[in-house]
Write a protein that binds this ligand. Structure first.
Ligand code: 5GP
Ligand code: MN
Length: 336
């Protein structure tokens, strides 16, 4: 990281800093942003995290989460904070459209230095400093290295460690994918520094309400379709399902992964009829890249094995479109 001396110099004088993270934030988006927030606070900076939409309830215990500005809910305040900023961080996203309207304000602030730290494929070149590592499990893994490179392991306080562990745990599906020897060493460091992994797993994963299990049951029993020939599974949710199960942001987190529990299923799609768009979440195993499908057909992107996008057609049309697309990719995919 030869950008490091310059970044270190930038952080030497206390500044007004804004950390942006992506819409529909997950554990890695919130974990990496809060870890950076706490770290920069210890250096004397005035820091605000701005996220376009609300964070899911299972992250509400994280220290500092109440201080996040949700752009959709506090547009004017968010704009004022962006206008005052002297330094931007962009964490866990690779294109400005992932932060919605905040992206337009970002672009207007041409004199503000920006640092992107992200692990998604193909980052767009909107930031002055680009720290991109698609092989990293999570942005939190990268933030750990970033902080340790700048200030050593002693800079990882309890709250920073908890935030980083949260993002690593959620983005790796509890250490099921994107792992590496380096990641396990980082996690060992975090535990050594005081992270209580059992406590965090309990806080993150055992926070369901009754409706979550009922919704999961509904998805698996009534809304699942298996395309055996193409090793593909689909789960969908209708507008009516959203009302019946009172589905809020974050309630559908993780459901798509159940499809991959079926032997021989390599591709999973979760298609959700939301108020203005049909949202699609894609997962895959091995060499099959869902990133390409998300990018080419659903105006989205992400990672090879976990991507997402949206469709502006009806739910039925979107499901039909996905079913038509899959055989084409299946043919191109020799290893399936
Ligand atoms: P999820 O399916 O959990 O919403 O997202 C999986 C991955 O795909 C995440 O890494 C996320 O950043 C990416 N992703 C999800 N939705 C979109 C989208 O609409 N556009 C882009 N570019 N990436 C997305
Ligand atoms: Mn991530």
């Amino acid at each position: 990281m030869d950008q490091q001396p310059e970044i270190k110099a930038l952080l030497q004088i206390p500044k007004d800093v804004v950390i942006f993270t992506h819409r529909n934030p997950d554990g890695d988006a919130i974990g990496s942003s809060l870890a950076m927030y706490h770290y920069l606070n210890t250096l004397g900076h005035t820091v605000k995290v701005i996220c376009p939409s609300e964070y899911p309830e299972f992250l509400s215990w994280l220290p500092g989460v109440d201080d996040i500005i949700i752009y959709d809910m506090e547009e004017e305040r968010a704009q004022q904070v962006i206008e005052r900023a002297e330094l931007f961080f962009c964490l866990d996203f690779n294109s400005l459209d992932r932060i919605d309207k905040a992206g337009e304000h970002f672009l207007r602030q041409k004199n503000v230095t920006s640092i992107l730290i992200d692990h998604h494929l193909h980052p767009e070149g909107f930031a002055d400093f680009l720290i991109s590592e698609p092989s990293a499990s999570s942005t939190c893994e990268m933030i750990y290295e970033f902080i340790v490179a700048l200030a050593g392991k002693s800079a990882i306080t309890n709250v920073i460690g908890d935030s980083l562990f949260t993002g690593i745990l959620t983005d790796t599906g509890s250490f099921k994918y994107s792992t590496s020897p380096k990641l396990f060493r980082i996690v060992a460091d975090l535990v050594e520094l005081g992270v209580d992994d059992y406590r965090l797993q309990d806080l993150i994963f055992n926070s369901f309400h009754e409706k979550h299990l009922r919704l999961l049951g509904h998805c698996l029993y009534n809304r699942m379709e298996i395309l055996e020939k193409y090793h593909t599974g689909i789960i969908y949710l209708t507008k009516e399902d959203y009302n019946e199960f009172d589905i809020q942001r974050g309630d559908t987190e993780g459901i798509v992964n159940y499809l991959l529990k079926i032997k021989n299923i390599k591709v999973a799609a979760f298609i959700m009829e939301q108020p203005t768009i049909v949202k699609i979440s894609l997962r895959s195993k091995g060499d099959f890249s869902v990133q390409e499908i998300a990018k080419r057909h659903f105006r989205g992107g992400g990672h090879k094995n976990a991507s997402g996008g949206a469709s502006f057609q009806s739910l039925a049309t979107t499901i039909k479109k996905f079913k038509e697309i899959i055989p084409r990719y299946f043919k191109a995919e020799a290893k399936l």
